[in-house]
Design a protein around this ligand. Structure first.
Ligand SMILES: Cc1ncc(COP(=O)(O)O)c(C=O)c1O
Length: 411
C-alpha cells in the first residue's frame, strides 16, 4: 500500500532524544512516573510561550492578547499563561473562578457565552469582570443584579455582525445566531441606553474559530473595524474596549499548514493606521484559545495489544474517545480524519506499517487513527496524538462507559 501524497504538517515544536519524544524536557516514561499514570495529556510551557511570542511578533502592539481559557482550563496552565497575556476570557462560573485565582486582574477578565444563568451573572458582577452581554434580557438581568448587589456591572455588548468569517471550522456570527445581539438591533439600542446603570466597556465581535485562511481572516478584520467604527460613532459615552475576535487556527489534518500571520499583521497595521477610533482611550483586543495552546499538547497512551483482522492490523490502546473526543471524530464525523500521530518512543524509526489504532470503548467510534503509517509497533509503546493541547480533556465525555479519567500535566 502506498503512503498518502497529502501529508500532515511536520510536528517540529517538541524536541526529541534517541527516538524519545520530550515534553517539557521529559520523556513519556518519565512523565508516566511523575503522574503514576499511563495515559495523559502533557503540555509544554515553552511551546505555549513560543506561540504567544509569534502572535506578538506579527500582530501590531496596540492590539492586546486575551486567552480564551475554554481551550484549556487546567488551572496550572491558566496560571502559567496569565502573566504572558493581557487578559483572560471565561465561559462559565467554574472558568471564572479559575481565572480569578490567577494573577490576572479582574478588570482584564471577560465572561462571554449565551444563556448565562442569573447566578453566573451575579458572580461576574461580584468578581468585577466584564460581562459580554448576549441578549437584551441578559442586559436587564445584569442591571437588576447590579442594583441588588449595589455594584455597577461592567458591560460589553457581544455583536452578531451581518458578515461572517468565511472558511471557519465554526462560524459564530453572521445570519441568525444564538450568539450576541444582531448588529441592526444594537444600532437601535445604543443611542437609547441608560448608561448610568452600567459601567460600559464596549463591544465584543467574535466571528468564528479554527481558521487557517489568512485572506478570510483579513477580510473579517476589515469588516470588524468598519463595524466597530460605526458602533463607536453611535455611543454617547466613551468606548473603552473593543474585542476584535480571534479564530486563528492550527493544522490538524493532512494538507493543512500553519497559519501565516504575516498578511494578517500587515492588514491589521493598515487598519490601525486608518481608523478614527482613538487608540489612546480605546483598547483593542484579540481573543485566542487553541492557537496559543493546542500545538503545545500531546495525548499519550500505551499500546496494550496488537491484533490482526482480515488483512488489517489494529493497535489497541488504553486511551480513546472518552479522553479525546475531537481526535476520534466527534461521535461520528461524516468523514473522520486523522490528527498527526506518532509512536512517542520510536521517533527515530521509519513509518513502515499501516495500522488502525483503537481504544478500549465498545463502539466502532473509538478510533484514534485510521490506516496510518507508523513504525513497527509493539505492546508497551507510547501512542501519541499531537495538536492536543486544546479542547481535549474537558471537551471529552470522560465518564462514557466508565473507564478511568485522563491525567494532565504542564511541564
Ligand atoms: C467567544 C469565544 N472566544 C474564544 C473562543 C476560542 O476559540 P479558539 O479556541 O478557536 O481560538 C471561542 C470558541 O468557541 C468563543 O466562542
Amino acid at each position: 500500500m502506498n503512503k498518502p501524497a497529502v501529508t500532515h504538517q511536520i510536528m517540529d515544536q517538541f524536541s526529541h532524544q534517541a527516538g524519545q519524544l520530550l515534553v517539557g524536557g521529559k520523556t513519556l516514561d518519565q512523565i508516566a512516573t511523575l503522574l503514576d499514570k499511563e495515559v495523559f495529556y502533557a503540555y509544554d510551557k515553552m511551546v505555549i510561550q513560543a506561540q504567544i511570542e509569534k502572535f506578538r511578533a506579527y500582530v501590531p502592539h496596540p492590539i492586546k492578547l486575551h486567552f480564551a481559557i475554554k481551550a484549556n482550563p487546567l488551572p496550572a496552565l491558566v496560571h502559567y499563561v496569565a502573566p504572558l497575556v493581557d487578559g483572560l476570557d471565561v465561559a462559565s462560573q467554574k472558568e471564572l473562578l479559575i481565572a480569578l485565582q490567577s494573577s490576572m486582574p479582574a478588570e482584564e477578565i471577560s465572561f462571554a457565552g449565551p444563556a448565562k444563568g442569573e447566578q453566573e451573572i451575579r458572580a461576574a458582577i461580584v468578581a468585577g469582570v466584564t460581562l459580554n452581554i448576549e441578549s437584551e434580557l441578559e442586559l436587564e438581568r445584569a442591571v437588576k443584579a447590579g442594583q441588588l448587589l449595589n455594584l455597577l456591572p461592567r458591560i460589553a455588548f457581544r455583536v452578531n455582525p451581518a458578515f461572517e468569517l468565511k472558511a471557519s471550522g465554526m462560524k459564530m456570527a453572521g445570519g441568525a445566531k444564538q450568539f450576541g445581539i444582531d448588529e441592526e438591533r444594537l444600532i437601535e439600542m445604543l443611542p437609547e441606553l441608560d448608561y448610568s446603570e452600567i459601567d460600559f466597556q464596549g463591544f465584543h465581535i467574535f466571528c468564528g474559530s479554527q481558521n487557517l485562511k489568512p485572506e478570510a481572516l483579513t477580510e473579517a478584520h476589515t469588516q470588524t473595524f468598519a463595524l466597530a467604527e460605526k458602533l463607536v460613532g453611535l455611543c454617547p459615552v466613551p468606548v473603552k474596549s473593543i474585542n476584535l475576535g480571534g479564530g486563528f487556527g492550527i493544522p490538524y489534518f493532512a494538507g493543512e499548514r500553519r497559519l501565516d500571520l504575516s498578511p494578517i499583521g500587515e492588514n491589521l497595521k493598515s487598519l490601525l493606521g486608518g481608523t478614527p477610533i482613538d487608540l489612546d482611550t480605546t483598547e483593542l483586543v484579540m481573543e485566542l484559545g487553541r492557537y496559543l495552546v493546542a500545538e503545545a499538547g500531546v495525548y499519550a497512551c500505551k499500546v496494550t495489544d496488537i491484533k490482526p483482522s482480515r488483512g488489517q492490523t489494529f493497535v489497541m490502546t488504553n486511551g480513546g474517545l472518552h479522553h479525546h473526543l475531537s481526535n476520534s471524530g466527534n461521535f461520528g464525523q461524516v468523514i473522520r480524519k486523522n490528527y498527526p500521530v506518532a509512536i512517542g518512543n520510536k521517533l527515530d524509526q521509519d513509518a513502515s506499517v499501516q495500522v488502525n489504532v483503537a481504544g478500549p470503548l465498545c463502539t466502532p467510534l473509538d478510533s484514534l487513527a485510521d490506516r496510518v503509517w507508523l513504525p513497527q509497533t509493539e505492546v508497551g509503546d507510547w501512542f501519541v496524538v499531537y495538536q492536543s493541547g486544546a479542547y481535549g480533556a474537558t471537551a471529552s465525555p470522560q465518564d462514557f462507559l466508565g473507564h478511568p479519567h485522563v491525567a494532565e500535566i504542564l511541564l
